[in-house]
Design a protein around this ligand. Structure first.
Ligand SMILES: CC(C)(COP(=O)(O)OP(=O)(O)OC[C@H]1O[C@@H](n2cnc3c(N)ncnc32)[C@H](O)[C@@H]1OP(=O)(O)O)[C@@H](O)C(=O)NCCC(=O)NCCS
Length: 192
């Protein structure tokens, strides 16, 4: 493997959003984010989501780096508006996977797109060859994030995931190779 995985959870910024290690003071905001109906429907967070789930998540995420890390997404006031993470999917092929969620009150402002671009750039700096993102087919917002970050839709796994509420989801596979053209304009790519 040629991945140069970090020993510490990184802090990253594009000057508009910051990715930083999670802290105990983030628990309430994580709870708000993960208990929202869209997060419950489109991610694998526990359902129902309890405050103790948020405490456990923050506790684990504030220390865990391998085989992946989760970070807080914040603005310049340091308040958590979402979480995102980078995880090794296949060590031998230098493939990493990205995931994210944004608080309901902060959605539609380009936050997930900016955070994902930061994680993608970081993945290349770690030596990744490929970045993967899986989204449920009905998750229009997440699929737009993938597309805005230049990822290619590569396939659909029909009814591959049994989600919360017993709903079966088609899973859309997105991928980006290090050698793919960079589609991120230096001004943030029209992200608000
Ligand atoms: C998916 C999610 C992270 C997007 O976060 P966000 O910060 O609002 O995303 P952005 O503002 O960067 O928006 C990206 C695109 O999605 C679009 N979008 C945002 N919310 C949308 C919605 N509810 N329906 C359709 N499109 C939507 C935006 O308009 C934008 O597209 P555009 O550039 O063509 O205008 C957020 O909706 C969320 O947390 N959802 C629940 C958890 C989840 O689904 N996580 C991902 C699992 S794969």
């Amino acid at each position: 493997m040629t991945l140069d995985w970090p020993r510490h959870i990184p802090t990253l910024t594009d000057g508009v959003v910051w990715l930083r290690p999670l802290e105990p003071s983030d628990v309430d905001a994580v709870y708000t984010c993960a208990s929202d109906p869209a997060s419950q429907r489109f991610t694998t967070v526990p359902s129902p989501y309890l405050r103790s789930d948020a405490v456990e998540f923050v506790d684990r995420a504030s220390a865990q780096v391998w085989p992946g890390f989760e970070v807080a997404i914040t603005g310049d006031d340091d308040a958590l508006v979402g979480t995102c993470g980078l995880r090794i999917r296949d060590e031998d092929s230098d493939v990493v996977a990205i995931g994210y969620m944004v608080s309901p009150s902060a959605r539609g402002r380009g936050i997930a797109t900016r955070a994902t671009r930061l994680l993608i750039d970081h993945a290349w700096s770690l030596g990744a060859h490929r970045v993967a993102l899986d989204a449920f087919a009905t998750n229009t917002a997440s699929r737009r994030v993938a597309e805005r970050c230049g990822m290619t839709q590569e396939g659909v796994l029909r009814e591959a995931h049994l989600g919360n509420g017993g709903i079966r989801h088609d899973v859309v596979l997105y991928g980006l190779l290090r050698s793919d053209p960079d589609v991120s304009p230096s001004d943030g790519g029209g992200v608000r």
